[in-house]
Design a protein around this ligand. Sequence first.
Ligand code: 1GP
Length: 253
Amino acid sequence: MSTDHRVLGRLLDAAERCGCAHLVLVDPDRTTPERSAELARECAMAGTDGILFGSSTPLERDPAPVLRAIRSRYEGPLVLFPGSSGQVRPDVDAVLFLSLLSGRDPRFLIDEQVAAAPRVLASGVEPIATAYLLVGSDEGGSVARVTGTRPLPVAPASVVVSHAQAAACLGFSLVYLEAGSGAAMPVPASLVREVAAATPIPLVVGGGIRRPEEAAALAAAGARFVVTGTIHEVGSAVGPFTEAVHLPVPALP
Ligand code: 1GP
């Protein structure tokens, strides 16, 4: 049995073409099907590079109507971003196959993955091996609460750098620097710059981004993917964020 990497390839192509790609996170417990359809339409219009779908907390509602609403309006990659093995489902294009390397709890390092792998491989959904690093100066929000782990400190940068480098050595496809959904502050751009410079695999950065300028700063610092979620749940348009994340093509001399 083998898995191909079509979705990852498509996402990386987008990041290459645009300098940095923009992903929008839809939490099916916090977004109605109607709002999801509207968000998906905005993503299609804006040229957003992918939609992430999932929740760090156990799902309270059937997510299928939200998923269908997204599919009805958006043809780009739809990637599961699961909080646990229980969220794995066959009707997505790929799954961020996460291991919480910032923590030391075997459940989130490997146990959930062992539980999920048979269903992922049987479904044909593409797994994207992603090292998940909770990073920040606050408490880490719902990810910290659910996993019982603490975020890695933002300083000294060497702590996050060495975790990202371990992810590269272990063969992960992506490193996700997560400040936590709705975090008071995004991951600092200065830290993203140091991690990007020292790590040979692409960085995904998300959590607490509220302004297009913050998204642009993270892209300029070396993020290959920038994720926004909560800000759109409260009504902010997607377009300005996608536009900010897509780095300007350098002018010909
Ligand atoms: C959370 O990184 C994502 O896992 C997005 O965070 O909801 O704060 O935008 P926000």
